[in-house]
Design a protein around this ligand. Structure first.
Ligand code: ZN
Length: 143
């Protein structure tokens, strides 16, 4: 990108840091010597189709927050890999749209592995388990 300070097109990378979902680079403009940070991130144009047929732009933060809500107090070291797994499953469908019910299923799969209570909490908040018999079975399994 152009230097935000002087519009010169060449910068020197001082430092690169690999993050969970992005690459952070510290840059210095070769002309004015000002420094700034850039982030490089994979971009996907992904739409979510909700139960009522409405569409919205996919938002990983939203998925992460809904998982956090179900898990309660949780470290981001636990939470982020879980939502990343869900994201990977969605991306590997290789479609530009995904049904919210499918996202719900992916989330349930991940929650089930780490916390059964969170799994049930998520299922009841989002009505992610349609069949009441399945839900009952899951509750019985816990008690
Ligand atoms: Zn510059």
């Amino acid at each position: 990108m152009y230097c935000p300070f002087c519009s010169y097109e060449e910068t020197k990378v001082l430092e690169s840091r690999l993050l969970e979902t992005s690459m952070r680079r510290r840059r210095e403009c070769l002309k004015c010597k000002n420094r700034f940070t850039t982030y490089e991130q994979a971009y996907f144009q992904l739409r979510v189709i909700k139960k009522d047929g409405r569409e919205e732009t996919f938002d990983l933060q939203k998925v992460t927050r809904s998982m956090e809500k179900a898990l309660g107090k949780v470290d981001s070291e636990v939470l982020i890999p879980l939502s990343q797994k869900v994201y990977q499953k969605i991306l590997n469908k290789k479609k530009n749209h995904v049904k919210s019910t499918l996202i719900g299923k992916f989330v349930l799969n991940e929650l089930k592995k780490v916390d059964k209570i969170a799994y049930l909490r998520f299922a009841s908040i989002h009505k992610a388990i349609d069949d009441p018999k399945v839900l009952e079975k899951e509750i019985n399994r816990l008690t």
